[in-house]
Design a protein around this ligand. Structure first.
Ligand code: SF4
Length: 355
């Protein structure tokens, strides 16, 4: 693995992200069977987003790389190749853990050059994936953000976030905190194969409900909407209705995109599970990673209408801080140490807020 080659900028000139003292561990428990954790000591933890001007946030913190949630469409797969790790099953099972992330963050938040800007988490891989149950990095991270009253947002599919509810509540009392839960559809049969390591969609919506009941702003990133599998009018209606019923403060639809790394893995999954759709996908994604604009607009328009029907309306300025419409596979590629970040057009997903 290329730990020493991993840098924030040009590999030739920038300092390595991690030290060389990597410890690899496996745990023989059902939860972690088949997974290897590579414990590293990061050299920096607050990352500037490549091409930040196109994004709703400029800074991220990513305590993990790789994600056992194993979504077949996850674009963050590509980032594993920077470590010479496999972007398919390796991404799901070879997890890099930045064990010093909380200490490092506290130090960087206290540095004189830090301006207290918004920090987005869960933008590359899920910070509440299963590894977090063992390594417990997020309590230290949220505690540091709370102590510095530094605004932040978290995007996740992990129900484990509720473990830190009290810390999040404390942080929200002193700074601007936005939580977004990712639920692309509520189709259980599809969920089992397309997001096999994640909590079920209804459990994620329970997280939304619980956070809202505790007064913590929480929206839903309805992503990805998967062409021909979750995008029928009836499916969109069922998903938006469930999101509204959970009390989400907002819903942001985003159509599937397939960048290199994710595209190969997703298409092999499609060929296995839905071979009849392969040709249609080749046509729909013939021009690159993104579905055509007409398709994105159609999805956005339909979700708009449904959201209005279920009591959602336009965003009121200042009513709710938008969490980032990004997560591995669902939004922008914000991987730290990405030597060649992909260009990212503005997503067409539109946030709607419950009135
Ligand atoms: S899409 Fe998100 S939850 Fe799924 S594997 Fe990627 S980072 Fe993990």
């Amino acid at each position: 693995m290329r730990w020493n080659n991993l840098s924030e900028g040009s590999p030739a000139t920038a300092p390595a992200l991690f030290g060389t003292d990597v410890v690899s561990r496996t745990f023989d428990t059902p939860e972690f069977r088949g997974i290897t954790f590579h414990e590293v000591r990061a050299r920096s933890i607050v990352n500037r987003v490549p091409g930040a001007s196109r994004m709703p946030f400029s800074w991220t913190v990513n305590p993990y790389r790789g994600c056992s949630h194993a979504c077949v469409y996850c674009f963050a797969r590509k980032t594993h190749s920077y470590l010479d790790l496999d972007t398919g099953i390796g991404f799901d099972t070879q997890i890099v853990v930045k064990v010093n992330a909380p200490d490092l963050l506290r130090r960087e938040l206290g540095a004189r050059r830090w301006r207290g800007e918004h920090i987005a988490m869960g933008t590359n891989v899920d910070c509440y994936q299963r590894a977090e149950g063992r390594y417990r990095l997020m309590p230290g991270i949220i505690g540091a953000l709370r102590d510095y009253a530094n605004p932040f947002s978290i995007l996740t599919k992990g129900t484990l976030i509720l473990r830190d509810l009290e810390l999040i509540r404390q942080a929200a009392a002193v700074t601007d905190v936005g939580i977004s839960v990712s639920v692309g559809s509520v189709d259980r049969a599809l969920w089992r194969t397309v997001e096999p390591g994640t909590p079920a969609p209804e459990r994620r919506l329970e997280v939304v409900r619980t956070l809202r009941e505790h007064g913590i702003p929480c929206g839903v990133l309805m992503a990805p909407v998967i062409p021909y599998l979750t995008d029928s009018p009836a499916q969109l209606r069922e998903t938006v209705r469930a999101i509204a019923a959970a009390g989400a403060g907002s819903v942001t639809p985003l159509a599937l995109h397939l960048r290199p790394g994710a595209r190969e893995w997703f298409m092999s999954w499609l060929a296995h599970h839905h071979p009849g759709l392969v040709r249609r996908y080749e046509v729909l994604y013939a021009n690159g990673a993104y579905a055509p604009t007409w398709y994105q607009r159609r999805i956005t328009g339909q979700v708009h209408e449904l959201a209005a029907e279920y009591g959602m309306g336009p965003v009121r300025p200042g009513a709710h801080r938008s969490p980032p419409p990004a997560e591995g596979g669902e939004g922008a590629d914000t991987a730290d140490a990405d030597p060649e970040p992909d260009p990212e057009p503005e997503p067409l997903g539109t946030q709607l807020t419950l009135l």
